[in-house]
Design a protein around this ligand. Structure first.
Ligand code: KG4
Ligand code: ZN
Length: 330
């Protein structure tokens, strides 16, 4: 069964063709990221205008790359929420119109759950059928979605059963990376840049705090962001540590908080698997630390391939397959 996925929740315009929720035939992403970088964040009006321009071309490219025609598609899956309202509107209107014209079902997909589902897609790095992926990543699982807009922990009992057990009280992890990079005048988006700088940094006497919250599974990143701001202000024009070491200390604080909560959730819910998703899941330090700690805790940890951590439509088409099956659409 072939699903055409459409994703337009933020600055990207993406389309993909995925077979049976696992095999990616094509995965095309266009982005207006460069146009936003001068503002230090995504400008919704620019994003949705570009999406209107790109959506036809990106969809045609995804079909061409997959070597299929529109009529070969069994259903269309589209990101319904969460996201920028104008951007979502472009994708949903396009997908619904396409479904109507082709007399094919149009399935609404939750963007956050699909970030977790990216772990079950077959890629060049991890090439495996869905049945094998399910065997290797058994439930109950704890899911951590760390993106520019969300930081949430889920108890996942099956691919279709997600229960939220923790979330951020203020900034999302990716948002904190973006804001701290801006503060350090490193550019936008901040996550990949801080990741790079921190790789050349080392642990020093500089430590940023980790928030202590009543609900042990909630997050807060506004404190660490403010701590970096006060540190920079306190240094006036000259940082007391190298920028690489500051990046390392900040990243270490965010990673520690994420890791501690993940394993606390695994312990509380007796989870067998830890599934990570979202843009921050591409962070090299977080990945390495989680792999190390998962050995200690004897928990299987999984990350999507790098290209599937950030927003894409393959995860939408992949997860859409299971929703379509449940509704007996395909
Ligand atoms: O999932 P995503 O592409 O979009 C949203 O749904 O928000 O995530 C984007 C976020 C940005 O905040 C970006 O700075 C962050 O992911 N990010 C990273 C890395 N790559 C992207 N954060 C830390 N380390 C990275 N390597
Ligand atoms: Zn996302």
């Amino acid at each position: 069964m072939l699903i055409l996925g459409i994703e337009t929740s933020c600055d990207e315009t993406a389309a993909a063709v995925v077979e049976n929720g696992a095999v990616i035939y094509s995965n095309v992403v266009a982005t207006s990221l460069k146009e936003h970088s001068q503002f230090g964040g995504v400008i919704p009006e620019i994003a949705s205008r570009r999406q209107l321009e790109y959506i036809n071309k990106v969809t045609s490219a995804a079909l061409d790359k997959a070597g299929v025609a529109l009529n070969d598609i069994d259903a269309i899956a589209v990101t319904q929420s969460p996201g920028l309202i104008g951007s979502l509107l472009v994708g949903v209107s396009f997908a619904q119109a396409l479904g109507f014209a082709l007399s094919k079902p149009c399935i609404s997909v939750d963007h956050i759950k699909s970030h977790i589902y990216a772990n079950y897609l077959s890629t060049k790095e991890v090439n495996r059928p869905l049945a094998q992926a399910k065997k290797e990543l058994p439930f109950p699982a704890i899911g951590l979605v760390v993106s520019g807009g969300h930081t949430s922990l889920y108890l996942i009992k099956s691919l279709l059963s997600f229960e939220i057990i923790g979330s951020t009280r203020d900034d999302a992890a990716g948002e904190a990376f973006d804001k701290v990079a801006r503060l350090l005048e490193l550019g936008y988006p901040g996550g990949p840049i801080i990741d790079k700088f921190a790789q050349k940094g080392k642990p020093t006497d500089l430590k940023f705090p980790e928030a202590k919250l009543k609900n042990a599974l909630d997050f807060s990143f506004s404190g660490v962001k403010t701590a970096v701001l006060y540190y920079v202000r306190g240094c006036r024009n000259k940082l007391k540590h190298s920028i690489e070491d500051v990046a390392f200390a900040f990243q270490d604080s965010v990673a520690r908080a994420l890791i501690n909560k993940c394993f606390e959730a695994c312990r509380q819910y007796k989870a067998k698997t830890l599934l990570i998703g979202g843009g921050v899941a591409a962070n090299s330090f977080l990945r390495n630390q989680l792999i190390e700690k998962s050995k200690e805790h004897k928990i299987k940890v999984s990350f999507p391939a790098m290209s599937l951590c950030v927003d894409n439509a393959a995860m939408i088409a992949g997860y859409g397959f299971h929703l379509a099956k449940r509704r007996k659409h395909v």
